[in-house]
Write a protein that binds this ligand. Structure first.
Ligand SMILES: Nc1nc2c(ncn2[C@@H]2O[C@H](COP(=O)(O)OP(=O)(O)O)[C@@H](O)[C@H]2O)c(=O)[nH]1
Ligand SMILES: [Mg+2]
Length: 311
């Protein structure tokens, strides 16, 4: 194991910050680091919080992290919501609050720029690093389903959908996305009028999906006053303790592993073919496909053939 990997394992915060930067830049060193540490990443519970901008995700994450740390456990927070106050720190050099008053909480934001799929992969790496560093819980804040390239479902053991009163139409509009990804629903800003109505709306829409969905927990919170945070934390904790949900978590991790293997392989194969096909070959195929002289799958098979024959 490299010195950096050892330092991350030991819980060294600066090492962790440096490691996440490596993963963000997607250097070859990042791969070696993640290869060394992957075996230590199983124990953390990864919780994704998603929802429209302004519903109070960052405030909730802050409250959850504090409450969790107060109970003596270590929490990593990752924010990829560009509107997040956490990401606000992204403008400030190192992007980590080394001066965070609570040594049990490690907060980091990921830059949302970069090539397509880059953020998603960096997120996977950053979560793994936080887990390997011994965080019992990793909280990930993202903007709502379908609104970003980051699909929290491909990383989280548990997804919390955050809503607020008066968003009934919003839920309706996003029905499929929102109703299907949530393991837990939170109606934040319960100090505003209409919170109970929103809870009832979510409940009735969930029961339309199927019988199991009808039982998904819905909690109310007032994040700014810390109200409902303990109940939400208990609901998160209960997940993973319940055997049925543990099974769900296991099958979910299998699905995620399946998907990530496919992504990693596709990327390696494309890189290999681009480099071995000879100069201009790839570009020529692209032009032929665009001109409808070649179909995409046919071109792919053609490009792949020498690689497979050689193996
Ligand atoms: N009234 C009320 N305002 C809240 C509550 N939670 C968060 N807010 C406010 O809503 C705004 C957006 O919060 P933020 O956490 O940044 O939302 P995010 O975009 O989902 O991360 C901020 O001004 C918060 O202070 C709440 O429970 N009640
Ligand atoms: Mg935010």
């Amino acid at each position: 194991m490299t010195e950096l990997a050892l330092a991350v394992r030991s819980g060294d915060r600066r090492a962790l910050a440096r490691a996440i930067s490596l993963v963000e830049s997607q250097s070859e060193d990042a791969h070696r680091l993640l290869a060394d540490l992957w075996q230590y990443t199983a124990a953390s519970l990864v919780v994704g919080l998603t929802g429209a901008p302004g519903v109070g995700k960052s405030t909730l994450v802050d409250g959850l992290a504090r409450a969790y740390a107060k109970a003596g456990r270590r929490v990593g927070v990752l924010a990829i919501d560009p509107s997040s106050p956490f990401s606000g720190g992204a403008l400030l050099g190192d992007r980590i609050r080394m001066d965070d008053p609570d040594p049990r909480v490690f907060i980091r934001s990921l830059a949302t720029r970069g090539h397509l799929g880059g953020v998603n992969r960096a997120l996977g790496g950053a979560i793994a690093l936080m887990a390997a560093a011994g965080h019992d819980l990793v909280l990930v804040e993202t903007v709502g389903a379908g609104q970003s390239e980051v699909e929290i479902m491909s990383h989280a053991d548990l997804t919390v959908v955050v809503l607020m009163p008066g968003l009934g139409d919003d839920i309706q509009a996003n029905k499929a996305g929102i109703l299907e990804i949530g393991d837990l629903f939170v109606v934040n800003k319960a100090d505003l009028p209409g919170a109970d109505l929103t809870v009832r709306e979510i409940r009735s829409m969930l029961s339309l999906v199927d019988k199991e969905r009808a039982l998904v927990p819905i909690t109310k919170t007032i994040a700014t006053q810390g109200e409902g945070i303990d109940a939400l934390l208990a609901a998160i904790d209960a997940f993973g303790r319940n055997p049925e949900e543990r099974m769900l978590q296991h099958s979910r991790r299998l699905q995620q592993a399946d998907r990530r293997l496919g992504e990693a392989l596709a990327e390696l194969v494309v890189a290999k073919i681009k480099s071995s096909a000879g100069p201009g070959h790839w570009e020529a195929a692209v032009e032929q496909i665009a001109a409808r002289r070649l179909d995409p799958e046919g071109a792919a098979r053609e490009l792949l053939r020498p690689t497979i024959e050689e193996a």
